[in-house]
Each structure stands twice: as C-alpha cells, then as structure tokens.
Design a binder for this molecule. Sequence first.
Ligand code: ATP
Ligand code: MG
Ligand code: FE
Length: 333
Amino acid sequence: CKVLAVETSCDETAIAIVENGKRVLANKVLSQIEIHKVFGGVVPEVASRHHLEGILPLVEEALEEANCTLDEIECIAVTNGPGLVGALLVGVSVAKSLAYGLNKPLVPVNHLAGHIYACFLDNPVEFPLVALIVSGGHTDLIYMDKHLSFEIMGQTRDDAAGEAFDKIARAMGLGYPGGPVVDKRAQKGDASAIGFPRVFLEKGSFDFSFSGLKSAVLNFLHNSEQRQEAINVDDVCASFQQAVVDVLVDKTIECAKFKGVDNVIIAGGVSANSGLRKSIEKRCNEEGLNLFRPSLSLCTDNAAMIATVGYYLYKAGVRADLELNAYASMPLG
Ligand code: ATP
Ligand code: MG
Ligand code: FE
C-alpha cells in the first residue's frame, strides 16, 4: 500500500511516498530556511506563497524518485494541523485536488503524530511507550498504549523547547533557526560555566516551562553587556542547552516510570540535538529503558512521517471529504 503524503505546516514544503508505513520510496523536502533567514523567523504569508510555487513540481519529483505513477498510489495523506493556517491550506488544497482528481481516499494527519511516527520508520518501536515531542512549537509528553492512541501527560505552559533555542540564538545574533547553531557552539563550551535555572514546576507535574530560562539567558546577556564584560557564546550555549536537556530528560524518565513503560521515543526538531540524544541515551541505559530516536534527517519536518501515520489511519478507516479544513492548533488525542 503506497501512501503519498503532503506536508506544508510551516516553512518546509514536503512530499513523500511510503509503502506500508515503513519503506520510504521518496522523501522530498524543499526548505525555505534561506528565504526566512533574512527576517529572523518564518513569515507566514511568505511561507504560503513559496509552498504554492514549490509543491506541484515536488509531487512530480517524488513520483519520479519513487519510480511510480499516480495510479499506483492508494491514498493521499495530508497534514491539516497544527501549523500556520495559510501554509497548511496550500497542502490541504493540493491533497484534496489529487484525491478528487484520482478518485482516491483522503486521510487527514496531525503533524505531531507525524513527528512521533518518524521514529517508526527506522526503529522496531514497541508499545506501550512514552514519547517526548520537542519541536519549534511544541514540548509534549505523550503516552501511547497502541497505534493512534495518544494520551497527553504534559505540555509546555509557555515557550516550546525549540522556540527557546531560536530566541536565545537570535539574541546572540546566531541566525535562524537557532537550534542547530546553539548545538554546535555548545559542543565547544562549558555546560557548568553559568548556572541557568531548571524549572521543574510542581512535584509530579509533567508540564514544562522554558520562558524563565529564556529570560535568564537574555538577562545574562544584557547584564554582561552593561558591565562591558566579554560574552563567551560557547559557554552560554552549553549552559543553556544543558539546562533544557536536564529538564527534558528528567521529566521523560519520570513519566516513563509513572506509566510503567519500557519504551521511550524522542521526536521533533529538537530531538536532533546532540546533547539531548547523548543525555537521554545514558539515562535510558541506566534505567533499563529502550530508547527510539528518528534518524537525524527525519527529526525536522518531512512528509515521510506524515505518510506513516497516514498509512495507519487509512488502515483504521479514517477518511476526510473535500470539506477538510486546516487548523492552527489541533491537540493530539
Ligand atoms: P511544530 O512541529 O511544533 O509545529 P516545527 O515544525 O516548526 O514546529 P520542527 O521542524 O519539528 O518544528 O523543529 C524545528 C525546531 O527544531 C526549531 O526550533 C529548531 O531550532 C530546532 N532544532 C533543529 N535542530 C536542532 C538541534 N540540533 N538542537 C536543538 N534544536 C534544534
Ligand atoms: Mg521548519
Ligand atoms: Fe514540526
């Protein structure tokens, strides 16, 4: 069963063709990072326009790469939230047109489910599990006892983890997106140089809060500037990243213990972070938990992950009609 998936929730135009939720035949991603860099972040209107320009040629390229025709596609899966509505609507319109024109079923996919399912593409994932989604817009702990069943255990009360990376990077003039640069600089810095706060909230809570940490970094930068002290960017990055990672890893392990699961997943753009990957691997080993991580290229937005969820939804009989809409926020579960 070949699924063609369309993903346009943010600034990546992506088309993939995946067989049986497992075999990636094509995974095309057209990133707009270079375009949005000048603005220091994603400009929604600009993103929509570029999706519009890029998407149809990308469908052609994906079919060519997969060496298959539209006839061989069994269903069309599309991200319809959460994300930028104008951007999502481009993908949703294209998916509807394909489904209507080819008379194939249309399957709506939640972008965050996609991030989790990126793990299933190259790992023998088992249930029950706890998944940490850490992306540009979300920081969620999810419990799953079976496919397509999502129980939200915790989420951020303010900034998302990726958003915090992007904001402190911007304050230091490191460009957009901030995560990859901060990761690189952190590897050269001393994580114990500056004691930034770790916010754990109430005991037993699996929620997150990163705005205090972000403010602490911004204050540190501001105060250093006022006192005309040189800022060691590598040390700031390393200390900030360690503070984020400590909280993420601790809460994920606690949540896995609370639910009594043996399996842990990390997913979303920030799951590409080398500090997080190392730290959670170590803790999972110590605690006897199985850890599954997407391969690096599948951490950030792509359509292969959407095709994988699409496959399971299709098998479960989920269908959308041509009234399908796009939603800026769309909670899992
Ligand atoms: P969402 O999935 O919540 O809708 P999004 O799709 O914009 O948001 P992703 O594409 O999953 O988010 O991830 C992008 C985020 O990941 C950005 O904030 C980016 O800075 C961050 N990121 C990417 N690589 C790394 C890294 N190595 N370390 C830390 N953060 C990273
Ligand atoms: Mg992106
Ligand atoms: Fe994403």
